[in-house]
Write a protein that binds this ligand. Structure first.
Ligand SMILES: [Zn+2]
Length: 56
């Protein structure tokens, strides 16, 4: 079970919205997941590869 890195929402792999989750990989190889709402809201931060701490 994955949870949203930003808001902590749990990802239900059986839900229709599961495919909208975004996966990111840190430089150290760890994977993180973002729920659709956070992925949409922070798309610019993600594209700029801002560290998570810098997200508004
Ligand atoms: Zn979220």
């Amino acid at each position: 079970m994955h949870t949203c890195r930003h808001c902590g929402t749990a990802r239900d792999p059986d839900a229709a919205s599961a495919i909208a989750w975004a996966r990111e990989r840190d430089p150290d190889g760890r994977e993180h997941w973002l729920c659709p709402a956070c992925a949409r809201r922070h798309v610019r931060d993600i594209e700029a590869k801002l560290p998570h701490e810098w997200w508004a």
